[in-house]
Design a protein. Structure first.
Length: 354
């Protein structure tokens, strides 16, 4: 009888995976985040999680194939494509972009002749993040002016990435969606990823939510932009992170540029914070000195969708999570603790000082 009772207790006890799922669900509830996808890789093993609701107030649960906006996580995909084209001699990282083609939105400024692909990837162009709301009707014709002198300081710029994207399209005579599909999505098996809306995403796309937890919308991006329009799943993006961490598809010297700081990420006009010594910037990705060793990282923020990834190359670990909430960034430190172990990781503290 005792043996039978012990077996029943064992069968009733949650598995480690179930316990972790419950822990994640509790964290989402605490931070008022309706839903999340997560992919964690260690070595060759990957665990994926789909937690919460695709739309609050409905029974629509997040599934492994639910489509999330990944926002600026798409910038890292663009950086990877640029480096692949550099390896093939299509793009020179240090050649001024204006020597490839004019950029009509850019207002006359002799300093603009110093802007190169490398300065775009390392956020030292001197351009603003956005000249206008990139989701607004007039943004793509709005005048673009330099805010700082190129290479004088670090200033995050979506506009720089849009300009680099237009340059890559010009050099290859291909749309950004086609380039990304050929260079990244197809080779890596990312079947649920696109930079523009696909009819096949209907019924699977997560709804955004504001800070109060109220549903906002499902954005259907008509035009592909590497800076903000990436639609994907955590599983797919995890495949990309594995390739990124291994330098797959890149020459070894080029792959090292993804992990080697190019500048100290000294922000224009922002007082230094305690996190600043731990953060630098490489070609397309942040570099952090963490308690778990050197890390590559980036965040995504479309307002009502927020995401984050971190890669620990030395430990062969990576983590990406995508949320359909304005509160999603509040999960970051706890997610890193749960999967990687105790911090500090410095990224949230650094972003908070922006």
């Amino acid at each position: 009888m005792k043996l039978i009772f012990a077996l029943l207790l064992l069968l009733a006890a949650p598995t480690p995976a179930q316990a972790q799922q419950a822990e994640l669900a509790a964290l989402l509830q605490k931070e008022n985040v309706p839903g999340m996808q997560l992919a964690y890789t260690k070595g060759k093993a990957t665990k994926t999680y789909a937690v919460g609701l695709s739309k609050a107030g409905t029974p629509q649960a997040v599934a492994a194939t639910s489509i999330f906006q990944a926002a600026s996580l798409g910038k890292v995909v663009l950086a990877y494509v640029a480096l692949r084209l550099h390896d093939r001699g299509v793009l020179d990282l240090d050649k001024p972009l204006l020597t490839y083609a004019p950029y009509p939105r850019l207002q006359p400024d002799p300093r603009a002749a110093r802007i190169t692909a490398r300065r775009v990837l390392t956020h030292t162009t001197g351009l603003p993040n956005w000249a206008d709301n990139p989701l607004g009707p007039s943004w793509d014709t709005s005048p673009l002016r330099l805010k700082y002198a190129p290479d004088s300081c670090w200033n995050y710029s979506g506009e720089g990435y849009v300009w680099l994207q237009k340059t890559l399209e010009h050099l290859t005579c291909k749309s950004w969606e086609k380039l990304a599909r050929e260079e990244v999505f197809q080779p890596l098996g990312m079947k649920n990823t696109s930079f523009e809306w696909q009819a096949r995403f209907a019924g699977r796309a997560a709804t955004g939510h504001d800070a109060q937890g109220q549903p906002t919308e499902i954005r259907q991006f008509a035009a592909p932009y590497g800076a903000y329009s990436l639609l994907t799943t955590a599983t797919d993006y995890g495949l990309f992170l594995q390739a990124l961490a291994a330098g797959r598809g890149l020459k070894p010297a080029t792959a090292r540029q993804l992990a080697t700081p190019a500048n100290a990420a000294d922000r224009c006009g922002t007082p230094a914070s305690p996190a600043d010594p731990a953060i630098a910037w490489a070609c397309g990705v942040g570099v952090a000195a963490t308690s778990q060793g050197p890390a590559l990282w980036h965040w995504g923020d479309n307002g009502d969708f927020k995401g984050f990834f971190m890669v620990l190359p030395g430990k062969k670990e990576s983590l990406v999570f995508l949320t359909n909430s304005a509160n999603g960034a509040k999960l970051t430190d706890e997610m890193l603790r749960i999967f990687f172990g105790p911090g500090p990781y410095w990224t949230t503290q650094w972003l908070a000082a922006e």
